[in-house]
Design a protein around this ligand. Structure first.
Ligand code: PAF
Length: 271
């Protein structure tokens, strides 16, 4: 596995490589990321993973400084996952990124309400990566469903010949969606965190028999009893993220909570 430490070396590497299947990450890799790598490996060409904690997507009061950084372990996991190359950009990589704005409709819903800077920071850094790499395929997890839609919208409108692939959420045995932030939970919080997906699943199962507003009120009540601070709990259209009050096929149930200061998000797509 080739390790590339600068944009200049990446450029050299790209000159000798054919099609690139690109998996952008912020490191602290878990089985969710590795499922993106294994999906990327199914396509012809080179699987390239980037590891870069992107400062542009964090507001000053957010957890950029404590975001877990585990480079050595990440490299071992990638090697074992048959990744071909890893790109660790220089710390000042983001300074070269042109400031872009994510789709204004999609980016102001759900996570965009409490994190208004977030998706613009993501699109700006991804565009920086994409312009350098010109990937044939890119891979994103459905845990960050809103991110997937926004990147898809960006690529649909760009001149890049890059195809986006969404990959299903990978969950812990107790149902908690895998996330780098799970490592920030203490053992008590970790136990409580498993209830999040249980409540979402129960809610999803009742969607055909109950009214959505009732389900939402009940679920929020349960979450708050468990000490989750609910940022949003939404039933929405899975293409537009527009809030809905009656079930429609492919309803997205999306939620963000804070547990002891750790932000957790999850979603279920209900056919
Ligand atoms: O999903 C992430 O880890 C990040 O938002 C991404 C896509 C690597 C951009 O920094």
């Amino acid at each position: 596995m080739q390790i590339i430490n600068s944009a200049k070396d990446l450029d050299k590497f790209l000159q000798q490589s054919k099609e690139i299947n690109f998996v952008p990450t912020m490191g602290n890799l878990h089985a969710g990321h590795l499922s993106l790598v294994s999906e990327a490996n199914k396509y012809n060409g080179i699987t390239l993973v980037s590891i870069f904690v992107n400062p542009l997507q964090f507001a000053p009061n957010e957890d950029l400084d404590i975001y877990p950084r585990t480079e050595k372990k990440d490299l071992i996991k990638l090697e074992n996952a048959n990744c071909d190359a890893v790109f660790f950009p220089e710390p000042n990589f983001a300074e070269g990124a042109k400031k872009l704005y994510a789709n204004s409709e999609l980016s102001k819903k759900l996570c965009g309400i409490s994190r208004p800077h977030f998706f613009h920071g993501i699109i700006s850094i991804l565009n920086h990566f994409f312009q350098l790499i010109k990937p044939k395929n890119v891979f994103f997890g459905f845990k960050d469903y809103q991110q997937f839609l926004i990147v898809k919208d960006f690529l649909d409108k760009s001149k890049l010949d890059t195809e986006i692939h969404g990959v299903p959420i990978v969950r812990e045995p107790d149902g908690l969606a895998m996330s780098s932030r799970n490592n920030l939970l203490n053992p008590d919080q970790r136990l409580i965190a498993s209830e999040l997906s249980v409540i979402l699943k129960n809610t999803a199962q009742q969607i055909h028999t109950r009214n959505l507003e009732y389900l939402k009120v009940e679920a929020i009540k349960k979450l708050e009893e468990l000490d989750f601070d609910v940022d949003y709990f939404s039933f929405c259209n899975s293409n537009t993220l527009e809030e809905i009050d009656e079930f429609e096929p492919n309803t997205l149930l999306a939620v963000a909570v804070n547990l002891g200061g750790v932000r957790l998000i999850d979603n279920f797509l209900i056919k």
